[in-house]
Ligand binder design. Structure first.
Ligand code: SAH
Length: 230
């Protein structure tokens, strides 16, 4: 890496390590406590996952547009979902993410898991995310251009599954691809709520020996999980 691209990765001014550390402190104030997750957020250069024109906002705790009608999630939500997936474990084996988007959540997961499998239905977004993984040397992320509702059967079972798009209900195929003891974290539309609602409940579903257990975290707002390819 030459000097200027090193600086590009590390960030300067609003994209510096100081801005990232400030974001981490804000997440701690909001109740994120898992040190492994906080470290992953401090290490991951979020400014490289958004349009350069918006990079001065990269370490604000907000979601941002990434083109084609999609968004990169708010850092607090990335941290919260990662923490829920880990459930106190320092490290997970194979994890599946549905909705690669910018690739930021996958990059954070790559520091918390042995391997991350991530699926996206919009090809230009996936291509861009792949380039980012490559340039950051994140070689434990595997990508697939597909409808993520089917999961990634040939790699199942997973030690964790994270859905980063709002679903009317959790696709049964995904639940089937969870290992026993593993958890799925997903934003799910409220029962009886409108499918077009912009608010969902963040659900955590754990596969047990004889079924599934469900708990509920806070309300979140994700773009919808859509069928087919684009
Ligand atoms: N995790 C992303 C943010 C996700 S935005 C990040 O860190 O940036 C939601 C993403 O889910 C969008 O990119 C959208 O195209 C994708 N998506 C929606 N429905 C999908 C489906 N059925 N399969 C795969 N990806 C899907």
């Amino acid at each position: 890496m030459n000097g200027s691209s090193k600086q590009h990765h590390r960030g300067v001014g609003m994209t510096s390590q100081r801005s990232r550390d400030r974001l981490v402190r804000r997440l701690q104030e909001q109740g994120i406590s898992n040190p492994v997750v906080l470290d992953a957020i401090a290490t991951t250069p979020r400014h490289l996952f958004i349009d350069e024109a918006m990079s001065s906002h990269a370490y604000e705790n907000t979601s941002l547009p990434i083109g084609l009608g999609q968004t990169i999630s708010q850092p607090y939500i990335v941290a919260r979902m990662s923490e829920a997936l880990l459930d106190g474990q320092p490290w997970l084996d194979k994890v599946l993410e549905i909705g690669t988007g910018s690739g930021y959540q996958a990059a954070v997961l790559a520091l918390l898991c042995k391997r991350v499998f991530t699926v996206e239905r919009i090809e230009p977004l996936l291509r861009q995310a792949r380039r980012r993984f490559h340039s950051l040397g994140l070689h434990n992320i595997f990508t697939r251009y597909a409808d993520g509702q089917q999961g990634w059967l040939s790699q199942a079972p997973f030690a964790g599954i994270m859905v980063t798009a709002a679903c009317p209900q959790v696709p049964a195929e995904l639940l089937q691809q969870l290992a026993v003891g593993a958890r799925l974290v997903a934003p799910v539309n409220r029962p009886g709520g409108l499918e077009t609602s912009t608010v969902q409940q963040l659900l955590v579903i754990t596969r047990t020996q004889d079924g599934f257990e469900q708990s509920q975290l806070e309300d979140v707002s994700f773009v919808p999980l859509l069928p087919g390819l684009s």
